[in-house]
Design a protein around this ligand. Structure first.
Ligand code: HSE
Length: 406
């Protein structure tokens, strides 16, 4: 029997409880022994919970209990999750987390602490909700050099974009729905502003770099600039628009960016809608692989947490290896030097003037589409800074510019 504790009984923590109770016999069989919840830490009142006896509000009861070998941290946010995680790891308890903010910010230090104390720090649920992505990257794709990762990594914004532009729901209503379904962060600006995606792509980028890539250094744009005109024009040009976290290896550096991007209708990422996430990984031997599934939500995310708990039980004797260590040098390509095609939506002075600007600057083959007063076209790929410089001379009011996913 393995005794565990859950710290934080919110959406994901209560999901972990439910998964463990619902699938108890299957989980026992997978882990090779029963997994017993000894404590649930949460300062709120759960006296009417059917297992109210499990709830405690003193973290030291768990830290001091030698019987508890695995702690599930589903509090989210930096504090007190950071202090509690350090406390547990320093006592030799393996910690399993869904907390991308903590992994992205202090993962390097927490992995090192786990190594020092002969325990492990698992984080599968921190990226892609219920989708297996961390373990496949670490194990199944280990023979490949990873050349690029591009993903729809935020369920809330994908849900909002789908509801707004396919189903004509207002931004406010779509966000409210995402909140009610338990998809969004406590502060939804983390979703809408792209920062949640930034943390997730920083985790994946750090894994392939082997050293920390700081989420705060990643160029990050949210979905606020996307209008119905953009989705109509993008569709006419043959694309959909998705919030993408992307990381591409460029010799010994990485071009990492979070932004709403045009995604070619031929790409498998283009049709991923609602709360679903999709992560396209390109290995130098494998080529492309797509990981797809529910990127947020109680039971989907909890199932990834419980899979980590099972792995921790099965591999308790295996030494833990840090997936990345502290940052060594700046490995990020400057945003202005990232090479990309750009979609440009503008209100031109006249169709003839913009046609001749496009032909002079980008060639005669550039396709252009119009809707209402707007014209949109896609530039050839070039450093973003160079494209922006050229576009300062466009005879039009530029309304939006978006990267095009390669
Ligand atoms: N707010 C996040 C999302 C939760 O919408 O994807 C899962 O990390």
């Amino acid at each position: 029997m393995t005794k565990i504790a859950i710290i934080g009984y919110g959406v994901v923590g209560s999901g972990v409880y439910e998964v463990l109770r619902t699938n108890a016999s299957h989980i026992t069989e997978s882990a090779g022994k029963p997994i017993d919840i000894k404590y649930i830490l949460d300062i709120r009142d759960f006296s009417s919970h059917p297992e109210a006896n499990l709830f405690v509000n003193d973290v030291n009861m768990i830290a001091d209990d030698g019987e508890v070998s695995i702690v599930v941290e589903t509090m989210g946010g930096l504090e007190p999750a950071n202090s509690f995680t350090r406390l547990m790891l320093s006592r030799g308890k393996t910690v399993v987390t869904s907390n991308k903010e903590l992994v992205a910010t202090y993962g390097d230090e927490l992995f090192a602490l786990a190594c020092q104390n002969g325990c492990s720090y698992y984080y599968e649920a921190s990226v892609g909700g219920g989708i297996p992505i961390i373990r496949p990257l670490m194990n199944c794709l280990a023979a490949n050099e990873i050349e690029s990762i591009a993903g729809i990594l935020n369920g809330t914004t994908n849900y909002i974009l789908t509801r707004m532009f396919s189903e004509n729901v207002s931004f406010e209503s779509a966000l409210k729905e995402a909140q009610q379904k338990g998809y969004s962060e406590k502060d939804p600006t983390a979703d809408v502003g792209g920062f949640d995606t930034g943390k997730k792509i920083s985790i994946l980028s750090s894994m392939i770099n082997g050293h920390k890539i700081n989420h705060e250094d990643i160029h990050t744009e949210g979905i606020a600039s996307i209008t119905l005109a953009d989705t109509v024009l993008a569709a006419k040009l043959g694309y959909s628009i998705k919030l993408i976290g992307s990381c591409k290896k460029v010799s010994d550096k990485y071009a990492v960016v979070v932004a709403p991007m045009l995604v070619d209708k031929a790409s498998m990422l283009s049709d991923i809608s609602d709360v679903f996430n999709g992560i396209m990984v390109r290995g130098n031997m494998l080529g492309d692989a797509l990981f797809y599934g529910r990127g947020a939500g109680k039971l989907a995310t909890a199932s990834a947490v419980v899979a980590d708990v099972i792995d921790a039980v099965k591999n308790s004797a295996r030494p833990f290896r840090a997936p990345w260590t502290k940052a060594e040098k700046n490995v990020l390509v400057d945003y202005e030097n990232i090479i990309s095609a750009m979609y440009v939506r503008s209100k031109p002075q006249s169709k003839a003037s913009i046609d001749s600007f496009i032909a002079d600057n980008f060639g005669a083959d550039v396709k252009c589409e119009c809707a209402d007063d707007f014209t949109a076209f896609i530039t050839p790929a070039a450093p973003i800074g160079t494209l922006k410089e050229k576009l300062t001379k466009i005879p039009a009011e530029v309304c939006n510019m978006l990267m095009v996913l390669e």
